[in-house]
Design a protein around this ligand. Structure first.
Ligand code: XMP
Ligand code: MG
Length: 276
């Protein structure tokens, strides 16, 4: 399954100024993980299977994958220190060594994301040296890079474009592994704020106080009624004494402060109805 990044409204700001844009929703991950589990169950039924996850990025993927596998299997994790100096299998440095013997077993290595393929290749080569009965790989994500063509994994969740992704086990400087979905990290330097335009209407004596009946207002996308009101009060301070009692509507309906505005919305301010 190949995925392209889609534009979505919900964005999560990060502590380093960038944002995380939702990419693969939780429901889609779970659907695909169940498909992979079914495929793996078919292929490995009746075999003595050792599933080996590469730490730390595979924690959620492993947990979800294994709970749908309906055969007896042994589960293990390995840790390796990051490559960088052209490490080969011979000098792979484990931060957690395999906890079970590999010899004679059907070993399935689980990796979070394949980029150059070096991490997975190193682990496969190290395990191959211990003489497994078979050795295959399963990756959640395969990042398509024009400059690398790693050996294709035996099972792959999603092929994705070249983005830095976080969530569902994947991290940014150790954080965001707990997000239940996969998002694309966009650094602060590349974030452009989308602007929407809404209509603002003042009714009854608010029209006299501002001298305006209808006007246009530009706001950052995702803006709520509360922020729009703040902006309006700073532009027309004469409304300030009435801000607590004013009624606010979007279109024909009263709106609460946390209502998110969309381009083209009409935001009305009117005084409370008098008498009766
Ligand atoms: P190689 O190049 O060895 O890279 O195939 C795979 C390893 O690099 C990490 N990696 C990422 N981690 N978001 C992450 O959180 C990413 O977009 C990403 N791309 C690569 C990952 O640890 C994987 O084991
Ligand atoms: Mg990793």
């Amino acid at each position: 399954m190949e995925l392209k990044a889609s534009e979505e409204a919900e964005r999560r700001p990060t502590s380093c100024g960038g944002i995380i844009r939702p990419f693969i929703p939780e429901s889609e991950i779970h659907r695909r993980v169940r498909e992979l589990s079914a495929e793996i169950s078919r292929d490995y039924r009746e075999l003595d299977v050792l599933m080996v996850g590469i730490l730390n990025g595979t924690i959620l993927f492993m947990a979800d994958l294994m709970r749908h596998l309906d055969f007896d299997l042994t589960v293990d994790f390995v840790g390796i220190s990051s490559y960088g100096d052209g490490t080969t299998s011979g000098n792979l440095s484990w931060t957690k060594q395999p906890g079970y013997p590999v010899r004679g077993r059907h070993v399935l290595v689980i990796e979070d994301i394949l980029e150059t393929g070096q991490t997975l290749d190193n682990v496969l080569a190290a395990l191959q040296a211990d003489d497994p009965a078979s050795l295959k790989s399963c990756v959640l994500l395969h990042k398509q890079r024009p400059d690398f063509s790693p050996r294709p994994p035996d099972y792959c969740g999603f092929r994705i474009e070249d983005h830095f992704v976080v969530g569902y086990g994947l991290d940014l400087a150790g954080k965001y592994r707990n997000l239940p979905y996969i998002g694309i990290y966009q650094p602060a330097s590349s974030v452009t704020v989308e602007v929407i335009e809404i209509e603002v209407r003042f009714w009854s004596h608010f029209k006299d106080l501002t001298g305006v009946a209808v006007t246009k207002l530009q706001l950052p996308s995702g803006c709520r009624v509360a922020e729009a009101t703040e902006k309006i009060l700073s532009k027309w301070p004469s409304l300030e004494p009435h801000s607590q009692s004013a009624l606010v509507a979007v279109g024909n309906e009263y709106a609460t402060e946390d209502r998110i505005l969309s381009a083209g919305d009409s935001l009305s301010f009117f005084p409370p109805v008098q008498g009766g």
